[in-house]
Design a protein around this ligand. Structure first.
Ligand code: PBG
Length: 351
């Protein structure tokens, strides 16, 4: 009846195939893009949950879950809940977690003494995590900012951030964390010479197997704002961190920083922040061929979530695109607050 074929009459003669005049492309890039299966075959970089490190915020208490206002979807967790969530991370294939404490204001002192307390919040969190999940890597920040009142990563005297005196404290901090079971010490303070000193201190204390992840090229960035809210140091920071963190305008300098940290014994190096510094990441990976990590920092996370919440971008796609871009630029691992969400998405796709 309604036979549509009848309505389509065949052309009397097929038009001659266009002669290869050069008017049309012979090399057609779109051939390799024409369907999902072929895009899968030619894809150069593949993001996996095993690329991700989950940075988590820990607070005192039990059953405490405090949303961080500037980081929708990120909560500060008490140790019990952190351990629960870590099980989920592990189950999703995330190899490691980085622990950041929100230290009680009462415990903050100019000498950051609480950083050396073997029973401080970080150490208790590390112990609980390692006990519950021995196979999940635990990374600790080595820096003083959660433990003092001025928000600086080092000791401060007369407004000056002291380099060598700070290193002495950092070394002891790293050993205390290692004693608690930390697998990777990650100095994020940007003092000169701290990588070698921390390496020596760990070795001298018998922790020759604890890795050192150097925040090697860490910039004085506006993108750390939400993190400072999360650990409760934002209202406190006096001045800025420009005398120790790097100038965003420089990248040759990043190569010198990385070279020094490698010479001092870093096992892996990091570039931070991530998205605004993909060029630095690329240069570092190209030049040193070291395990190179990138930190997709709090402000990057907040921007993406804010635009998503407004309906201005597709936040899920933007997240996966962002994380894939880090892989393309040379990252071996990505510290990201998207870790659980992204790994969950990848698991869902497979299943
Ligand atoms: C401090 C530290 C910071 C971050 C990690 N460790 C903030 C700073 O340097 O002020 C930033 C992480 C983020 O923004 O997600 N030692």
């Amino acid at each position: 009846m309604n036979d549509f074929r009848k309505k389509v009459s065949a052309p009397a003669a097929l038009p001659a195939h266009p002669a290869p005049t050069g008017a049309y492309p012979r090399v057609r890039m779109r051939r390799n893009r024409r369907a999902g299966w072929i895009r899968d075959l030619v894809r150069e970089h593949q993001l996996a949950p095993t690329d991700l490190i989950w940075p988590a915020f820990v607070v005192e208490g039990t059953k405490v879950r405090q949303p961080v206002p500037s980081m929708p979807g990120v909560d500060r967790l008490s140790i019990d809940l952190l351990v629960e969530e870590a099980a989920r991370a592990k189950h999703l294939g995330i190899p490691a977690i980085a622990v950041f404490p929100q230290v009680d204001d009462k415990l903050k002192t100019p000498d950051a003494g609480e950083a050396l307390n073997p029973d401080n919040l970080v150490c208790r969190a590390v112990r609980a995590l390692k006990k519950a999940h021995p196979d999940l890597g635990v990374i600790c920040d080595v820096a003083l900012d959660p433990f003092n009142r001025d928000g600086h990563d080092g000791l401060v005297r007369g407004g000056v951030i002291l380099n060598d005196e700070t290193i002495e404290v950092l070394c002891r901090q790293a050993v205390v964390q290692a004693e608690a079971g930390c697998d990777i010490a990650a100095p994020s303070d940007m003092m000169d010479g701290r990588i070698g000193a921390v390496r020596d201190a760990l070795d001298a204390a018998g922790f020759t197997d604890v890795n050192v992840l150097a925040y090697a090229a860490k910039y004085a960035s506006a993108f750390y704002g939400p993190f400072r809210d999360a650990v409760g140091s934002s209202g406190k920071l006096k001045g800025d961190k420009k005398t120790y963190q790097m100038d965003p305008a420089n990248s040759d300098e990043a190569l010198r920083e990385v070279a020094l940290d490698i010479a001092e014994g870093a096992d892996m190096v990091m570039v931070k922040p991530g998205l605004p510094y993909l060029d630095v990441l690329w240069r570092v990976k190209e030049k040193f061929a070291m395990p190179t990590f990138v930190y997709n920092v709090s402000g990057e996370y907040a921007m993406l979530k804010a635009a998503g919440a407004n309906g201005w971008i597709d936040a899920e796609r933007a997240m996966m695109e962002t994380l894939t871009a880090f892989k393309r630029a040379g990252a071996d691992a990505i510290l990201t607050y998207h870790a659980l969400e992204a790994a969950g998405l990848m698991a869902g796709r497979k299943g």
